[in-house]
Ligand binder design. Sequence first.
Ligand SMILES: Nc1ncnc2c1ncn2[C@@H]1O[C@H](COP(=O)(O)OP(=O)(O)OP(=O)(O)O)[C@@H](O)[C@H]1O
Ligand SMILES: [Mg+2]
Length: 361
Amino acid sequence: MARIELRDVAHSYNGGKDYALKPLNMVWEDGRTYALLGPSGCGKTTMLNIISGLLKPSEGRLLFDGVDVTDSKAEGRNIAQVFQFPVIYSTMTVAQNLAFPLVCRGYPVNEIKQRVDSVAELLGLSELMQYPARRLTADQKQLVSMGRGLVREDVSAILLDEPLTVIDPQMKFELRRKLKQINREFGITMVFVTHDQTEAMTFAEEVVVMKDGEIMQRGAPQDLFERPGNTFVGYFIGSPPMNFLSAEVAEGKLSCPNTKFSVPADNLGGKGEIQIGFRPEFVELVDPEKANFATARIEKVDNLGVETIVTLTLPGNLTVRAKTTTRFHQDAGDVVGLSVSDDRIQLYSNGQRIGQANEMA
Ligand SMILES: Nc1ncnc2c1ncn2[C@@H]1O[C@H](COP(=O)(O)OP(=O)(O)OP(=O)(O)O)[C@@H](O)[C@H]1O
Ligand SMILES: [Mg+2]
């Protein structure tokens, strides 16, 4: 097990012209489940390869439990890495594939058998042990890849780089559940790379959101959802994304044109461009006369079965989306009221969170 620390780590693939990873400090605590989430090209794989030792960072130091491992090779780091596409030895059986890392390290035969059998059982591969690996389906192959990472009792961390891309949707849920179970049973740190927010939010205790080689925010899924630290996270997490409206400071109040929103704002002068942000989930659709936030015209109603997404146009041609799980009987063209509780309204200045509407009083 290990606590993994990145100290002033940065990486450039072209001698400093562009940074795939900008200088950063961060710690991956021992035994936790993490998801690394961000758009394509933001540096997720670069980060993982630096931790596993496939890549040496062009700047900074990497520490495992306080020991500097920056110059040590991948083999010496006890990190298991699972890639997007399964890596298996096609001429071997499933059992031989799973045993391989232990055979290479000279484990005793009976211990190999015991560990291989328990990992196979955990991953539901017991029935396939004598099967040639080349005849497996893509998701079975990926299970074998994962299994090879898990048989080693000395692994400090398992890094998974979009491992579920080749797995069919029903298996994905099952596999995430198994990974969490493995984390609980063995306390192995897990870093799971994905650009699928649902996957990240359901898997990890802590989600790290990246953009352009920088960490935008890290925190519990609920924190990222309820209090995005910046407008990027507000847009990137959640579906539909967070609603953002421009706000103005005047006469000691922060208000939003064309809405009833207004809170005291004695200390917000000179803070640059201010926006308010609120999740579609926190918009309540009510009678127009009961609304605390605004009245709006319904533009579109998308019934998705369990939930309904209502697109609304506010005066001034502002668009806001609401998401509701209760039955919704109104239709495009109808006028409705919007209520949003102040403790669900976040405030942003130049894209960075500066507080919450109910804290302004
Ligand atoms: N071997 C390489 N040589 C040069 N540039 C690279 C190399 N690998 C990655 N890059 C660049 O570094 C940046 C970060 O890439 P990286 O693969 O880490 O992103 P990613 O977040 O894993 O993306 P994806 O979601 O597409 O896998 C990108 O701009 C990419 O083009
Ligand atoms: Mg990648």
